[in-house]
Design a protein around this ligand. Structure first.
Ligand code: NAG
Length: 371
């Protein structure tokens, strides 16, 4: 019997992670000016009153409010300055941003009042705006309510660029779902396939349970009462469908997505698949096809698409086609196409509907020209 603990323990190199961190620290202070007129009449140009001090980024700051401006040239303005308190500590690099708030407390979108990055010295006069708000503007605005208004001040302090450790998860990252890939592999390999479809001479081996799960029509055909009538043994023949359409249908059944296609073949494939989706009652596929046909709607396709929409009860797509054909230029161009011939034969009622739209439109236009 081997000695316990003889198995070698394999230790991988530990994985590690770190981050380079930039960013900025932002502190906010809200300054209420309560009794605007009284303060204005008390303090002449060049005189200020301080807010309470507040802490931002670990330092103490205050705002200087000059109701009649700082200098004679801006005596018509309110000036505001941010300064660093003289309490211990060295200078700080920061930006000051001031905003006038409306009644709801949202900043007014005036021009930006943010300083560049400045070195604030403790006890210094600080940085701000001599011409923050014109008093006349404020007094005429609705922002001054009961002689009060508010200013918000942001102190923006860039962080020292630095690096720090990050924790590494011992588990691998969970990858995105891959059921569709596995089922696509199953369709390709045919492993475990238990029924074969014959479509115009081509055979497709597939998995009964999956088709039954995805379409109630297939379910009835494969498991239900219809089984005896359509299936001979484990081979089922499908008439009036192109093999490439059945192939695309299977791709959708297995993966819930359409196969890759060229832009040109997309419209034609969407027409065929719409029919198939309707036949097998696959609503999501049907909507995907409608959306593709809508994107390909033009003079060349409008008439055929309208017929298709009508035959397979696609309300949205039908409406889109009619909107498209309501433009007389578009309708006249579409009338030249083969698709229109098809439309006239298969849905004469729709053509009548369209003609009356066009007639109304022309009458409107004539009336407008007269006036
Ligand atoms: C501030 O300016 C206003 C004019 O907008 C003036 O009426 C007021 O007296 C000034 N305040 C002082 C203390 O000079």
């Amino acid at each position: 019997m081997p000695a316990l603990g003889s198995a070698a323990l394999v230790v991988d190199e530990p994985r590690s992670a770190s981050a380079i961190v930039g960013g900025e620290f932002i502190g906010h202070h809200l300054l209420h000016i309560d009794g605007y007129s009284r303060i204005k009449n008390e303090l002449p140009t060049g005189k200020s009153i301080q807010s309470r001090t507040f802490i931002a980024g670990g330092r103490r700051w205050c705002i200087h409010y000059y109701p009649n401006g700082t200098r004679s040239e801006d005596a018509d303005f309110i000036s505001v300055f941010l300064s660093l308190d003289e309490s211990a500590g060295g200078p700080v690099k920061a930006r000051a941003k001031f905003e006038l708030l409306d009644r709801a407390g949202n900043p007014l979108q005036l021009e930006s009042h943010a300083t560049d990055l400045r070195v604030f010295s403790p006890g210094g006069s600080g940085y701000g705006f001599n011409d923050f708000i014109k008093r006349e503007f404020l007094e005429k605005s609705e922002h001054l309510l009961n002689d009060c208004f508010r200013i918000s001040c942001d102190v923006i302090i860039p962080k020292e660029l630095h690096t720090e450790d990050r924790i590494v998860s011992l588990l691998d990252v969970v990858p995105p779902p891959d059921l569709n890939q596995h089922l696509a592999d199953l369709l390709k390999s045919k492993e475990g396939a238990d029924v074969t479809f014959q479509v115009a001479g081509e055979s497709f081996s597939v998995h009964r349970f999956l088709l039954a799960a995805r379409s109630r029509v297939f379910k009835a055909e494969l498991w239900g009462a219809m089984k005896e009538s359509t299936a001979t043994g484990d081979c089922i023949r499908i008439d009036d469908m192109l093999p490439q359409v059945f192939k695309a249908l299977l791709h959708f059944i297995y993966t819930d997505s359409l196969p890759q296609m060229e832009e040109q073949e997309e419209a034609a494939m969407a027409q065929h698949l719409l029919e198939a989706a309707d036949r097998y009652d696959m609503q999501r596929l049907k909507l995907i096809c409608e959306e593709k046909l809508y994107r390909h709607l033009d003079v060349g396709t409008a008439a055929t698409t309208l017929v298709l929409a009508e035959q397979h009860s696609c309300r949205g797509l039908k409406q889109a086609c009619i909107e498209f054909l309501k433009s007389p230029d578009a309708l006249e161009a579409v009338m030249e196409t083969d698709g229109f011939e098809h439309l006239t034969k298969s849905c004469p009622v729709l053509v009548k509907e369209l003609m009356s739209e066009l007639y109304l439109f022309k009458q409107c236009k004539r009336r407008k020209l007269k006036t």
